[in-house]
Design a protein. Structure first.
Length: 144
């Protein structure tokens, strides 16, 4: 089945970012029942730890998997669409459903054995402490 784009205004659809987004989103939804989604994420470093934060709205802790292998921390899961029996014609569709996977290469000296993760109000926070050897330190100078 081919996709047909209908625009209510006179400008070409490719000149209207909203129409183009809708067209691309609808095309992706028609092509596949499962969609890979992008979750916004930040990775940062402090003197004490490496941190990763992601917004995972609508997910419970048991629906998110955090794994570590070969220096790479991976956060994955799936946001499942709630099934409904009613037929819906969407005006806008901005809630994305599907699987996600985001990988972060941790710096040397990150102590994954002491890593902790919390998920509160859709905000996932992973803290990976640095080993003592990896923490910055100051060397005192002795007067001679």
């Amino acid at each position: 089945m081919g996709l047909v784009l209908r625009s209510t205004n006179r400008e070409p659809w490719f000149m209207n970012p909203e129409a183009m987004h809708d067209w691309l989103w609808n095309a992706a939804q028609e092509e596949s029942d499962t969609t890979s989604i992008a979750m916004a994420a930040d990775m940062y470093e402090t003197d004490e730890a490496v941190g990763v934060e992601m917004f995972t709205a609508g997910l419970k802790p048991e629906e998110v998997v955090i794994s570590f292998a070969n220096g790479v921390l991976t956060v994955s899961g799936e946001r499942k669409q709630v099934e409904t029996n009613e037929k819906r014609n969407y005006y806008q569709r901005q809630i994305h459903y599907g699987s996600f996977s985001h990988s972060f290469t941790l710096p040397e000296g990150a102590d994954v054995e002491r890593a902790e993760a919390t998920l509160e109000n859709g905000h996932l926070k992973i803290t990976v402490p640095k080993s003592e050897a990896a923490k910055p330190r100051q060397i005192n100078i002795k007067a001679v």
